[in-house]
Ligand binder design. Structure first.
Ligand code: 5GP
Length: 188
């Protein structure tokens, strides 16, 4: 078992750290999630996500094919297909899931022996800056995001390890050395 789950509050920069790991550590296997949201420009089906319809997503859930799934930001469904994760682990790969907090909690319920890593901002002010920095939201939307961020930050206690994202390269290095550090994976 060498499964690592990376989660953290909205806007902490999980995607950026994950992209850095992808670029520098090709030995790390990334789960490709299924999502019902539309692809953004440059996103490739089967690489960044499996872009599926709502009905297809629900069918996968019903067939028990999702290791976890959640509605993220109240908009689209996102889920981790179970089969590829199990195959990667069976092959002894260092496997990484970059998912939201609700998903991380589900994985913990079904795979408690996985390693749960929380990506934290250097400070509350830093997170506020990232969340509202662009200033494109309404005051109401901003307050809603900040309230969510406060609750999400409090979830750090539920995780095995916290990595502070004050420097993307260092955060990626720390994550991969954690993943490598236990020769037998994440067995207690
Ligand atoms: P985006 O739409 O920007 O690619 O991703 C939005 C959010 O969805 C991110 O916080 C990301 O961690 C989360 N996410 C991506 N894939 C999954 C998944 O398979 N399961 C869960 N629970 N969250 C996911």
């Amino acid at each position: 078992m060498r499964l690592t789950v990376l989660a953290g509050p909205t806007a902490v920069g999980k995607g950026t750290v994950a992209a850095e790991v992808r670029r520098r550590y090709p030995e790390v296997w990334f789960s490709v999630s299924a999502t019902t949201r539309a692809p953004r420009p440059g996103e490739i089906d089967g690489v960044h996500y499996f872009f599926v319809s709502d009905a297809d997503f629900d069918a996968m859930v019903e067939r028990g094919e999702m290791l976890e799934w959640a509605v993220v930001h109240g908009r689209a469904k996102y889920g981790t297909p179970r089969g590829p994760v199990e195959a990667a682990l069976a092959n002894g790969r260092l496997a990484l899931l970059e998912i939201d907090l609700q998903g991380a909690r589900q994985v913990r319920a079904s795979m408690p022996q996985a390693h749960f890593v929380f990506l934290a901002p250097p400070s509350w002010e830093d997170l506020v800056e990232r969340l509202v920095g662009r200033g494109t939201e309404t005051a109401e939307e901003r307050d809603r995001r900040l309230a969510t961020a406060r609750v999400e930050l409090a979830a750090a206690d539920e995780f095995d390890t916290t990595i502070v994202n004050d420097d993307v390269e260092r955060a990626a290095e720390d994550l991969v050395s954690l993943m490598r550090s236990s020769p037998n994976g994440n067995e207690p």
